[in-house]
Design a protein around this ligand. Sequence first.
Ligand code: GLV
Ligand code: GLV
Length: 337
Amino acid sequence: DKPSVWVSRPTFPDVIARLQPHFRVVEESVERTLGPADLVAKLASHDAAIVGMKERIGAAEVAGAKHLRIVANLAVGYDNLDVAALTAAGIAASNTADVLNESVADHAWALLLGAARRLGAAERWLRAGQWHATEFKGWLGTDVRGGTLGILGMGRIGQAVARRASGFGMPVIYHNRSRLPEATEHECHARYVDKADLLREADFLVLVLPLTPDTRHAIGAAELAQMKPTAVLVNVARGGIVDDVALAAALRDGRLAAAGLDVFEGEPRVHPDLLALDNALLSPHIASATTGTRRAMTAVAVDNVLALFGHGPHAGHPPNLLNPEALAVARAPLSPP
Ligand code: GLV
Ligand code: GLV
């Protein structure tokens, strides 16, 4: 009787197959969002779970999950997990840090460039058959080269965003809870500034910070008011870090030139005020969505589950463990087969 793993969404079968020798694997075959009761039931009947951001695992889910030993999140951000509740119950939690840094940084740049050059609206116009002649002064955008790149949240993804700036001849400034070591700043050609200077000086501001109670609405009406009216804002972090209503108002009133957004408050709903704006370039939370990266994220989740149960090269030491303290808490026996 092998322990069982629940995989909450279709991923990559050949990657998940690495679990087969050690686990009974139950994979959801269609993409759907479970209601709270179904989620509680799923977590209650398995020993491990590989979940996505859509699964919100809080105190109620944890309370029912008597046999669960690990939740492997298919994302680097883990605001969908109540880590304190998991830890108290002795349930390990892991994320997919690092393997998605470069893909997310690429997407941040795609949004930055696309918003600066008005790609979304221009494409809609072309597809709508409105291209009868090219106006010399039509579709004028913002030059990216030489502009100041500001980065709020200078973790590994922020650093990957910064490294790409040298090809565009852009000075890079950043703000972060803690300042980076000098060697890292030097490697990223990035200068530390306080948040007010970041907002004031950035021509392009990229947000790459985790969503926590402290970072909620880190960019709201007051912060937007400090930015240049010619600036472009890019969010590849989490919805909720930006006040979407305040952002839409700034974009509509010309107090901000454009925005490139991959994440939204309350997604998959997108605020109608943003949907109505031509200077907002919008993507459906796909910054890590390349074949290579989504496969790598799946592999990381698999590695963490294997490791927690004592298998594979990291046996006993899940490499992306978010709560090592959980391992010290006595665990319930495995679920009955
Ligand atoms: C995606 O948003 C992630 O956190 O990996
Ligand atoms: C633009 O398309 C140009 O020809 O300058």
